[in-house]
Design a protein around this ligand. Structure first.
Ligand SMILES: Cc1ncc(COP(=O)(O)O)c(C=O)c1O
Length: 433
C-alpha cells in the first residue's frame, strides 16, 4: 500500500520545512517504525481515512479521547449548537459547572474540579498544588509513566520520550530534575527506600495507576493500596494521573476499579470529547488551595472553553450508561481471545496485556511488569508488525511504548478483521524469524 500513500509522503516533506520534525507532537512521528506518518483527512466511526483515500480501522483513538469513535452524533450536535453561540468568552458558563458536577458524581475522591487545556497542564498544576499544599518540594514519579511535558515530570518518562530513547530533556534544569525521584513501577521496596531517605520532604507520588505510556501494565495486587498507605503515613499526597484511564476503564477510572481514593486526580482526553482539555481534581480542602480560593496560582485564557466543555459533557453523558463499558469489555475480550489464540497457534514470542479497553501486544515472551521489561522487547519486530498491520488497513500506535484503544464504534466484523490481520502479520513475521 506504500505507493498508495504518495500524498502523505509529499505532505510530510512540506510539513518538515515549517514544523519541527514535521509533526506537532513527537508521538505522531513514525520514526520508531521507520515510516513517514500518515496524514489524516477524516474519521468516521471506527475508521480513519488518509489524504490518499486509504481507509484504516483505528486503534489509536486520537491517543484515547475518541472512546465513542469519530464524530458521534450527540457530540457533533452540541458542538454545532455552541458554534452559533460563540467559541470563547473568557467568562464563566453554566456548562463548566455541569461537567464538574458530573465528574464529582463519577469520582468518589473528587469534591472540586479545575479545568485546564491539556493533560500536561493538569499534571503540572497538580504537582504545584501538591507542593503548595504540603509545603514540600520533592515528587516521586514512576519509571516509564508519562504525565505530559512539564519540566518536573520529563524524567524517565514513557510514551514519545521512551520511543525516542531520551532519558530526560535538555532545557529541564538540574535543580528541577533533582526534585523528581524516579522509582520502578510495581516495586514497593523502592518507594519505601525513598520515604526512608527523604520522608517529610516528599510532597507526593504521581503515577498512572494502570500504565498506558509504556504500554499497558496493571498494578500488582496490593501495590496501589501500599502507595495509598505509605503516602498517608508520611503526609504526602497520592496523585493518580487518569488522563488516559479516566472514564475509559470505568466511569470512575482506575480508582473505581481498584477502590482506591487518591488525594488528587488528573484528567484529560475523554473529558474533552476530542477537543483540547485537561482537569485536576480532588478533595475540597486541597482544591481550595487553588487561586482564587487559595494561594496556589494557576490560570488559563481558554480554560473551560465552551466548545471543549460541550464536547466533553456530551461524551460523559453517553458514558453515564454503564452498558457502554460492558460492551467495550466484550469487544476487548473478543480481541484478546483472538490475539492470544494466534500467538499460541503460531508459537509466536509475544505477550498480551489488557485492562478494559486498553491493550498492548509486547514483542517478548516474558511477563511485562515494568519499564525495564518493555525496554527488553524486540522493537525491530514491533516495527515489522506495525508495517504489516498498516498494509492490511489497521492503524496502531507507532511505538511499542504505547497503549491501543478500543472504541465503542468497532463492530464484530471490524474485530474479526483485526484478528485475521494479526494472524497474517504474525505468520509472515514468524516465517522470517
Ligand atoms: C497519563 C497521561 N498524562 C498526561 C498526558 C499529557 O496529556 P496532553 O498530551 O493532553 O498534554 C498524557 C498524554 O498522553 C497521558 O497519557
Amino acid at each position: 500500500m506504500s505507493d498508495q500513500r504518495k500524498k502523505s509522503v509529499k505532505a510530510f516533506k512540506r510539513a518538515q520545512k515549517v514544523i519541527p520534525g514535521g509533526v506537532n507532537s513527537p508521538a505522531r512521528a513514525f520514526s520508531a517504525v521507520e515510516m513517514d506518518p500518515i496524514f489524516i483527512e477524516k474519521g468516521e466511526g471506527a475508521y480513519l481515512y488518509d489524504i490518499d483515500g486509504n481507509q484504516y480501522l483505528d486503534y489509536v483513538n486520537s491517543w484515547g479521547p475518541m472512546i465513542l469513535g469519530y464524530n458521534p452524533p450527540q457530540v457533533i450536535k452540541k458542538l454545532k449548537k455552541q458554534l452559533k453561540k460563540g467559541t470563547s468568552f473568557g467568562a464563566p458558563t453554566e456548562i463548566e459547572t455541569e461537567i464538574a458536577e458530573l465528574i464529582v458524581d463519577f469520582y468518589q475522591a473528587v469534591d472540586k474540579v479545575r479545568m485546564v487545556n491539556s493533560g500536561t497542564e493538569a499534571t503540572m498544576s497538580a504537582i504545584r498544588l501538591a507542593r503548595g499544599y504540603t509545603g514540600r518540594d520533592k515528587i516521586i514519579k514512576l519509571e516509564g509513566c508519562y504525565h505530559g511535558h512539564g519540566d518536573s515530570l520529563l524524567v524517565d518518562a514513557g510514551s514519545g520520550v521512551a520511543t525516542l530513547g531520551i532519558k530526560g530533556s535538555p532545557g529541564v534544569t538540574e535543580n528541577t530534575a533533582k526534585e523528581t525521584i524516579v522509582v520502578p513501577y510495581n516495586d514497593q521496596q523502592a518507594v519505601e527506600k525513598v520515604f526512608k531517605e527523604y520522608g517529610f520532604e516528599i510532597a507526593g507520588i504521581i503515577l498512572e495507576p494502570i500504565t498506558g505510556n509504556m504500554g499497558v501494565i496493571a498494578p500488582e495486587p496490593g501495590y496501589l493500596e501500599f502507595l495509598r498507605e505509605i503516602t498517608r503515613k508520611n503526609g504526602a499526597l497520592l496523585i493518580f494521573d487518569e488522563v488516559m484511564t479516566g472514564f475509559r476503564l470505568a466511569r470512575g477510572g482506575a480508582q473505581e476499579l481498584y477502590e482506591i481514593e487518591p488525594d488528587l486526580s488528573t484528567f484529560g482526553k475523554i473529558i474533552g470529547g476530542g477537543m483540547p482539555v485537561g482537569a485536576y481534581a480532588g478533595r475540597e480542602e486541597i482544591m481550595d488551595y487553588v487561586a482564587p480560593a487559595g494561594p496556589v496560582y494557576q490560570a488559563g485564557t481558554l480554560s473551560g472553553n465552551p466548545m471543549a466543555m460541550q464536547a466533553g459533557l456530551a461524551t460523559l453523558k453517553e458514558l453515564k450508561n454503564k452498558k457502554v463499558y460492558s460492551k467495550l469489555e466484550k469487544k476487548a475480550e473478543k480481541l484478546e481471545k483472538g490475539f492470544k489464540k494466534n500467538i499460541e497457534e503460531l508459537e509466536f514470542p509475544a505477550y498480551f496485556n489488557r485492562v478494559g479497553s486498553m491493550f498492548t501486544l509486547f514483542f517478548t515472551e516474558q511477563e511485562v511488569k515494568n519499564y525495564q521489561d518493555v525496554k527488553n522487547c524486540d522493537l525491530d519486530l514491533f516495527a515489522a508488525y506495525f508495517k504489516e498491520m498498516i498494509e492490511q488497513g489497521i492503524y496502531l500506535p507507532p511505538s511499542q511504548f504505547e497503549a491501543n484503544f478500543i472504541s465503542a464504534a468497532l463492530s464484530e466484523a471490524d474485530l474479526e478483521k483485526t484478528i485475521t490481520a494479526n494472524y497474517q502479520a504474525l505468520k509472515k513475521l514468524k516465517a522470517e524469524l
